[in-house]
Design a protein around this ligand. Structure first.
Ligand code: GLY
Length: 395
């Protein structure tokens, strides 16, 4: 296929090309455009990736796992930015993003779950977080729909939610209003001229050149043709199946906050929206690129959610979907300069993409304008998995 150039079609060469129009790509493009950079995004269907499946929990605390203490600081910093970020985005897009400061209740159903949750309580205390244990009765006082068998739990008042579908729609509008250009096509290959990334060739053969590029293609980031071998992008897909139920009008209040638990070793969470949608998630499956919704996945989620909140069986089941989380070896994102001049990474956000959107947009805008990541983002610099010969001191 011949290669065309996009010059003229999009009004001149962009300063920044963002490869991938998911929540991370869109927030990066919006923030870059706000800094006065001429910005373009390449994606065949912006906003239709993992964020379409995600529940939108802003779970800095309840998604904390052993070994992820450094990530906790980034997650908390992004969570703290959410109220102002959501308000700014609502203003910029003229559309709601479903941000809801409702908090989370994390409960245990049996003795094993309780022992695990007690462990989590200790981890949180070690990290300087408040964690106070509630009895089963206290949990049910907060959420009367909880099963009588709930043994106890932890109240986490700072873990809120947003609606990722509304969020990405608003980001798309905000980008358009800020002058971002969209190439609704797949980036087929990164172009490298000399020792510098210079843009991409799209699937239709169009060459898009840009001063700097940002690889924000979620779990597909590592597969972009043309990436030099010294740019390590160790991102793999981790499948999550998610259900959407509807709480009919008049049935409310069903749940007033997110309720979650570890049941038989698997995570289950119920995220109630003001719109009446109830999101139940999510499986965690290492199955490559498979996005099949399986009877087993749906059964597992409904069974576990039913044990927590028996009343869910009365609700209409309106949607089942599977998405792919972009996971890295240390479960933390890859941010900023990649080691190849002209190429930044904004990928690998794993279970925390929606939560980390505000701080990622801010950090990448800083890196694109100054060449350096802000201090809070340096532990997550994009070169940490490069081979030692190629690894440099993080910018
Ligand atoms: N953050 C929730 C999940 O990835 O399932």
């Amino acid at each position: 296929m011949g290669v065309r150039t996009d010059e003229g079609r999009s009004g001149g060469r962009p300063d920044v090309l963002v490869i991938g129009g998911g929540v991370i790509g869109l927030v990066t493009a919006w923030r870059a455009a706000q800094r006065g950079l001429r910005t373009a995004v390449a994606d065949p269907a912006p906003g239709r990736g993992a964020a379409r499946v995600a529940a939108g929990m802003l779970a800095a605390v309840t998604e904390l796992h052993h070994g992820e203490e450094a990530l906790l600081d980034l997650n908390l910093a992004s969570a703290a930015r959410y109220p102002a970020f959501a308000a700014e985005l609502v203003e910029a897009a003229g559309a709601d993003v479903g941000y809801r400061a409702c908090g989370t209740l994390q409960v245990a159903l049996d003795a094993d779950d309780r022992a695990e949750l007690r462990e989590i309580e200790l981890l949180r205390r070690r990290c300087g977080l408040e964690a106070s244990w509630l009895t089963g009765r206290e949990c049910r006082r907060l959420e009367p729909m909880l099963a009588p068998g709930v043994r106890g739990g932890l109240r986490v008042d700072g873990d809120h939610q947003t609606d990722p579908r509304r969020l990405t729609a608003a980001l798309l509008t905000a980008c358009e209003r800020a002058g971002v250009t969209f190439h609704r096509d797949e980036a087929r290959e990164l172009t490298v001229t000399g020792d510098r990334a210079t843009g991409v060739v799209l699937a239709d053969g169009t060459r898009v050149t840009a001063g700097q590029s940002v690889l924000a293609a979620g779990c597909r980031s590592g597969g972009l043709a043309g990436l030099p071998p010294e740019v390590a992008v160790p991102v793999r897909p981790v499948k999550g199946q998610v259900l959407r139920l509807r709480i009919p009008p008049g049935y409310a209040p069903f749940l007033s906050r997110t309720v979650r638990a570890v049941v038989r070793g698997g995570q289950v969470y119920l995220v109630p929206r003001l719109s009446g949608e109830l999101v139940v998630g999510a499986t965690t499956e290492e199955l490559g690129w498979d996005t099949t919704v399986t009877a087993g996945g749906v059964y597992q989620l409904l069974r576990d959610a039913h044990e927590l909140v028996p009343g869910i069986t009365e609700l209409p089941l309106v949607e089942t979907l599977a998405g792919l989380r972009p996971a890295t070896p240390d479960n933390a994102p890859l941010l900023g300069p990649s080691g190849l001049d002209g190429l930044h990474l904004a990928t690998g956000h794993g279970r925390n993409g929606v939560l980390l959107a505000p701080i990622t947009g801010e950090a990448l805008a800083e890196a694109l304008t100054t060449g350096e990541l802000p201090d809070y983002a340096r532990p997550f610099h994009a070169r940490r998995f490069a081979t030692s010969e190629n690894r440099e001191v993080p910018a």
